[in-house]
Design a protein around this ligand. Sequence first.
Ligand SMILES: [Zn+2]
Length: 302
Amino acid sequence: MTERAARRLMLVHAHPDDESINNGATMARYAAEGARVTLVTCTLGERGEVIPAELGHLNGTALGAYRRQELAAAVRELGVDDFRLLGGAGRYQDSGMMGLADNDDPGCLWQADVDRAAEHLVAVIREVRPQVLVTYDDNGGYGHPDHIQAHRVAMRAADLAADPAVRPDLGEPWRIAKVYWNRVPRSVAEAAFARLEGDLPGLPFGKSATVEDVPGVVDDERVTTRIDGTAYAAAKAAAMRAHATQIEVAEPYFALSNRLAQPLFTTEYYELVRGERAGEQDGEQDGGVETDLFAGTEEAAS
Ligand SMILES: [Zn+2]
């Protein structure tokens, strides 16, 4: 192993496609730099709306199986080969949008016992031993039940994995040094939508989404960390294209099944919520913002 292979990044997401939209550039960059990147996806997105008419017949289990293949192709584009489904494929199902009867389905992630679900993740954390964990904020970025639940499971698992009294059969305790939530600074989102307004006539999408449609948007001062993934823009776009049932890409924009154009960010932003924020002396800061998720950890110095 090279020195850099000692760096291990774990990401916890709700559905196939969330990893590429939120963290595609970050994942591609760290993978290219030799870090181990592990993705844990909680459901197969069986209730997603399908964009291409020719795939419109897919739903439920068949859609989940198809999206699993899309996920495999997407992470391949990102140079990532370690991706898991929480508890194994099909263990937790897509809960659908908030307020739908789908949320009551006993097999859906929203109905899952958080501690129980977290134990599946504890096993992965203790195996991989990541220094950095990335997930959503407590509103799941935008309120989708599976995103909220993915947040709860990830945060709970980070606690449980470090506790020697918890499930010793799942491996040695491991404390994750830094936990981040996905963010987009409001000023960055606003500037991107202002550009989009001008570019819209040339795009295959009828209308523009708004800043409010972007998950994780917060006031700039809450953002602690900026990962410049510009060099990996093509990998991120290719990964998003691999999720063809869910995403249509027209760089540097994309749309979900609602056909509303939004910016495709190749610099990705985070809020550190657990662990030490790297100081200026670490030489990994730019304008007070970390530029490396591993900044301040022992591994970053290597
Ligand atoms: Zn999702």
